[in-house]
Unconditional design. Sequence first.
Length: 627
Amino acid sequence: MQRQIDRLRTEVVHAEQLTSALEALLCRDEVDPFSGVFKALEPIFGFSHAVVLVELGDVDCHLECVASQPAELIDSRWCAGRFFQKVLDGRAAVTFSNENLVEWLDVDLGTISKSQPALYLPMRVRDRRGLMMLLRPVGDAGFDRDHVALARKFALLASHAFAARDANQSVAESQRLLSLANKLQESQQALAHRANHDQLTELPNRTCMQELVEAAIKNRGDNGMIALAFVDLDNFKQVNDLYSHAVGDALLKSVAGRLRASIRKCDHVGRISGDEFLILFDTFDDVSDLQPIAARIESQMKRPFLVEGIEVVSSASMGIALYPEHGSDYEALRRNADIAMYRAKSAAKGTTAYFDDVMGMVAAARLEIEQQLRVAVRERQFRCVFQPKIDIRTMRVTGFEALARWTDCDGRVRNPSEFIEIAGELGLINDIATIIVADAIASFPALDNAFGSQTRISINVSARQASSPTFMTEFADRLAASGQSQRIILEVTEDAIVAAGPFQSLVLPQLRRMGTKVSIDDFGTGYSSLSALADITADEIKVDRSFILSIQDRPRSQSILKAIESLGNTLGMSVVAEGVETEDELNYLLDQTSIQTVQGYLFSRPLFVNELVKLAGTFLTSRGKVA
């Protein structure tokens, strides 16, 4: 969308330059109006020389130069060879060099060179055929298709330029020029509107709002205040999903109308993308003057909208930044208003928040960690730690859960709580998963040497990743290529399995063929849909820590655990107890259940592989414990 807007604004500039060229033609006091045309064309095409040739009508088919920049080429004669004939017949052409054209052989070139890139355009000068050459300096880039298209627009103007050299220019021709000038003016105005306004709502667009804000800052001087509000509709995606995009578009139009009606005449509202709007409050004496306007907007956005015969109840969250307190330019004000809007949305949708220093510090810290995280992914600063899974009947290690850690450039180890959510928002979570899988697989030799080759490694996959066929297919292919897929257990939360249809229909069969097992992680904390297990061929159920905590003293948790254990046995799924941290919890599991596998801090915290292998013998002792 922004690229389209930029292109439209470029067309506006070209239309303005076209109008300037026409004005030069209409200037009766100009001895050589064509010089004004060249002046208007030069910024667009970036040429150093321009030559216009017309047919002489002689037997030898020569062309005469009737206009030139520089003027020294005027009256020079050129041979009309095959290339020029094609141009005269109506074909535009470009060349990167003219060395091989016979047309250039017998011409006294003066300051121009055969090595200059050229654009050739057919044109008529009164009743004679001709062509226009635009030449760029030697070594410069040549002309492209856009230049050819623009040159065609200017051909008519060039033709009129030569007609204007006639002192007895007819009234009819003057009228034609005036008519063309009017059409160009109308076209320029239409293009300017399209380039500066959102096509759906007719509000100023992002680029136009930036210019309005910058102009307000420039004109403000030392008096009064300026504010920029960032407005975001709440739950707009649900409107599109529930009703249709047509209803969503109609809602945006209605929102635009209400925003316009809620602000003062001196203020401006624009739509910058999707369901996001900006409001420029220009100007006011004190924040207290702004508050009633913001309250009116907030109230108006909460009123139901009647759209396409449907009553849509919506609201809008708004963040406001003040100039110069919260930013000295457009970008700073927009960014800080955006930050305040997210603060409002997180506190209570449909409310307004004003930017403050605390938000600024939080935003700065967030930006810093985002930048560090991107570097961390690029430099592969993520490693696995492993928490052992223990068979409590034999006190032997049966496997490990691989967990991600970020070891930054300072050697600090960061837990997932510090980066996983942000990584997901930045779209980096899949890259991190790829690094972790590679590190886990690379750890097999060291783990095998210390614990034997019968152990497996469990790797977690998020709900979003599990629901992405593309990611999961690439993930499975990577496991298969490692040659260790049969020793991997994929841990997926129960809500991901229940909700992710593609996982069950597309991914699960591939994992089965590879020998990769599937574990339902944190069981009992998601959908808690026991009936869903009947449709899932999982191999393992991991009971969440919340059910194991002090289970010896909690009869209800004991009953739930027995039910899960019974269901797992019936469906052929092993049951793993997570988060075992005390001897009492372990004793209950040993004495009151048939559960074999547990993991938790009672035995070991998650360790890097080099730390883990050093303590391998500890796990062989009865209830051995690694602090």
